[in-house]
Design a binder for this molecule. Sequence first.
Ligand code: KG4
Ligand code: ZN
Length: 338
Amino acid sequence: MRILGFETSCDETGIAVYDDKLGLLSHQLYSQVKLHADYGGVVPELASRDHVRKIVPLVQRALKDAGTSAADLDGIAYTKGPGLIGALLVGSSVARSLAFAWDKPLVGVHHMEGHLLAPMLDEGNSPDFPFIALLVSGGHSMIVDVKGIGEYRVLGESIDDAAGEAFDKTAKLLGLDYPGGPLLAKLAAKGEPGHYAFPRPMTNKPGLDLSFSGLKTFAANTIRAAANDEQTHANIAFAFQEAVVDTLLIKCKRALKQTGYSRVVIAGGVSANTHLREIFEAKIGPNGTHVFYPSLAFCTDNGAMIAYAGMERLKAKQFDNYDEQVKPRWPLDTLPPL
Ligand code: KG4
Ligand code: ZN
């Protein structure tokens, strides 16, 4: 079976063709990063308009690159939520129109389910169920007990800023461009340990909820009081990143203990962070727990993860009606099991 997947929940237009026997046949991505950089964050209306401009040429390119045509497709998947409403509407309108015109089943995918299943695109190293999913993106952070596809229990989530959002806001305070997560990570690589001690929020209380807005405030106060030179900023970036990663590690270990599981999937934009990967490998790996990540191209938003999740739902015949609404807010644990 073959599916065309659309991702337009935020500032990336991602289109992919996935085949359940042959794997990923094409994945096209257009990032709007430059468009939003001047504003220091995503401007929703500009995002929607740019999706409108890019989406159809990207679909044409994806089909051509995959050597496939509409006749070969068994369905069309699109990100139905959560995300920016205008951006979601662009993807859903195009996906639904093509599904109607080509007479194909339509599948509305939950963006975070897409992230959560992204490691499965790497067939040689895909996790078995059950596992703990640590989802760390720009819009959401959560720890999920995953027993199977659609069998999700959210054990904890961010009560304020998501992990990626905290990276971006702290990067901005350090004078870095948007999106600052990867730039902060690059700066942190030049930092030295031992200069600053950031807190590990909500780790001395029981529970698995996360909170990162205090770290951003701590960073703001630290930057204000510190010297304004590159090495000082690198040291602050180092301490901030270390605190985020350590907090995620503490919570993840707690979730593993609570569930008795021995597998962790880390996905979403922040899972591209090298320091996070190194620390999790070093601190969780030796205890016999396997840590899985998507390949780097599929950590941040992309069409391939939507096509993959859409394929699973397509095989289970979980289709959308053509009049289905997008869901800017959509709790992950309301999804049906396969
Ligand atoms: O999953 P994603 O592409 O979009 C959402 O669904 O929100 O995540 C984007 C987030 C941004 O906040 C970005 O700064 C962060 O992921 N990010 C990183 C890194 N690469 C992307 N944060 C830290 N280190 C990175 N290497
Ligand atoms: Zn995302």
